[in-house]
Design a protein around this ligand. Structure first.
Ligand code: FPP
Length: 230
């Protein structure tokens, strides 16, 4: 039976277009990423106020290592700054931080801050912010399969795989948003997106805000989700 949609419990966002936002203003790409980091804050605050329980943000993909070293530095620096801000405000905001991704290649300082933040916010009851960091969905599936093999399973169910993903307790996202007009998943939540609704907007990520989020939620509400039924 078709389900009518209220508010999604979980939204995933592919934040795209920082570079183009900067290019249109003849600014360096780093300026686009800085503005993108501000959009991250705005969007989390708006999602939290609207009552979204989980938000997964594609902050750095396993493929992003192929960018020039200076751009990777900018992204790591912004990330570290964001982790510091969350750590300082963890007690007054009720946000819970989760991380999805591989640990290899991430600088030791970032790993330490990530771990401290996850620990410090573990009991928080507000929005869960899942940062997809050094994340690739195929890598996540390989990670799940490797765990299954170590456990010695010889036959697996879809649930067995779901339970061995990076964040097994998070429900699948009902809605995935991608900004900047690109319409593809780019190795984001491949398994979890089996029944997700997709919302693509030409808005570049640094311009994303509460109104744009509300538009996406409005579009989601109008969709008929049938889950293979009629
Ligand atoms: C895409 O823009 C965006 C990224 C590479 C990752 C997202 C990063 C941020 C929003 C900044 C910091 C994030 C956090 C969590 C603090 P692009 O460079 O691919 O844009 P383009 O396609 O226009 O070149």
């Amino acid at each position: 039976m078709a389900e009518t949609n209220a508010l999604p419990l979980h939204i995933g966002i592919i934040m795209d277009g920082n570079g183009r936002w900067a290019a249109r203003r003849a600014l360096p790409r780093s300026a686009g990423h800085r503005e993108g980091a501000r959009a991250v804050q705005r969007t989390i605050e708006a999602a939290s106020e609207l009552g979204i329980k989980y938000i997964t943000l594609y902050a750095f993909s396993t493929e992003n290592w192929s960018r020039p070293a200076s751009e990777i530095d900018t992204l790591m620096h912004l990330l570290e700054k964001t982790l510091d801000e969350y750590q300082q405000s963890a007690h007054k905001r009720d946000w819970r931080i989760l991380i999805s991704g591989e640990r290899d290649r991430l600088p030791a300082g970032i790993l330490a801050k990530m771990d401290a933040l996850v620990r410090a916010t573990a009991e928080n009851k507000g929005i869960s912010i899942n940062l997809a960091l050094n994340y690739g969905a195929r890598q996540e599936l390989a990670h799940a399969v490797n765990r299954l093999m170590k456990e010695g399973l010889t036959a697996v169910t879809p649930q067995d795989i779901s339970r061995r993903l990076y964040q097994p307790e998070i429900p699948d996202p009902e809605l995935i948003i991608r900004t900047s007009g690109e319409e593809r998943l780019s190795n984001f939540l491949l398994w979890q997106a089996a029944y997700s609704e997709f919302y693509f907007t030409p808005v570049l990520w640094p311009d994303f805000n509460a109104d744009e989020l509300k538009k996406a939620l409005e579009a989601y509400r109008a969709r008929k989700r049938r889950f293979g039924g009629i």
